[in-house]
Design a protein around this ligand. Sequence first.
Ligand code: SF4
Length: 309
Amino acid sequence: MGIFHCPMGAPFYDDEGCIDCGMCSARTEQEMVEASKKIRAYLRSQAASDNPIKKIAVCGKGGVGKSTMVVLIANVLRGKGYGLLVLDTDESNPGLSRLFGFDKEPKPLITLLSRFSSGERNTDSEWLQRGKITIPDIPAEYILNRDSLKFVMVGKIQDPFQGCACSMADMTRVLMEKLVVSDNEIVLVDVEAGIESFGRGLERNMDTVLVIVEPSFESMVLAEKIGYMAGGMGISRVRAILNKVPSEKVRQRMTEELNKRNIKSIGTVYFDPQLNEAGFEGTVLGDSRATGDIQTIITLLLGEAKKPS
Ligand code: SF4
């Protein structure tokens, strides 16, 4: 892609959606910082804290158990009657489809862009150009289906010199912006570890960010940074899920630390050897203590949000 993308989605300066932030014309670092402040202030003023839960990003430091949490959260939401679209946007981490019990991966969405860049006529990307996209609009080859679960993968870095992941982030952001989700559907997005995705604005169209936090200093610091970044995008519902917690004492310490960093904890998944084993083997997660912990967390999370009207 390599062209500037307005964070507000305005096609041109002063066109629909433009808030005159100055980002597209910024030439100095100071101008960039000022533009970024304007965007942040605008999005914060627009944010609602009790909007319905439709699009959830699951984030965190590498190794905190993010993908495992995505599987558990998806299973609990499905158990509550929601149709789930899981979007795998982590360009590095393989195997999420396998954790869901699929024996193959869907065709990556990024192949649509590869065709654009090679100049080959693309016949199956028309759906992506529409102003609004629904889940049934996604062609069958890009989506795995099982009962109420649908699985889509943006793409993976596979080869040396393949290029950076910016185009994958752009595609996710656009898809999330256009995707219309019905009242009984939720989109769960597995985001790559760290905060680079926030720098690219990938989470821009999400209403909820769940930060998976393990008992480590780095994980807490990153959670604080994610809270700051998400706030700058106008996402007011940022909640930490404490994971791999060995004791009540550690839970209390973690909660205190997160409070100091203005991150609200929504619940705890205690250390569960069954999860470790399934993670090591890359196998489907069965019922475990962690499933019960996630049940409690999701009930609280759904209770916080406005029901779709
Ligand atoms: S001024 Fe800001 S909002 Fe307007 S087009 Fe440029 S980047 Fe987008």
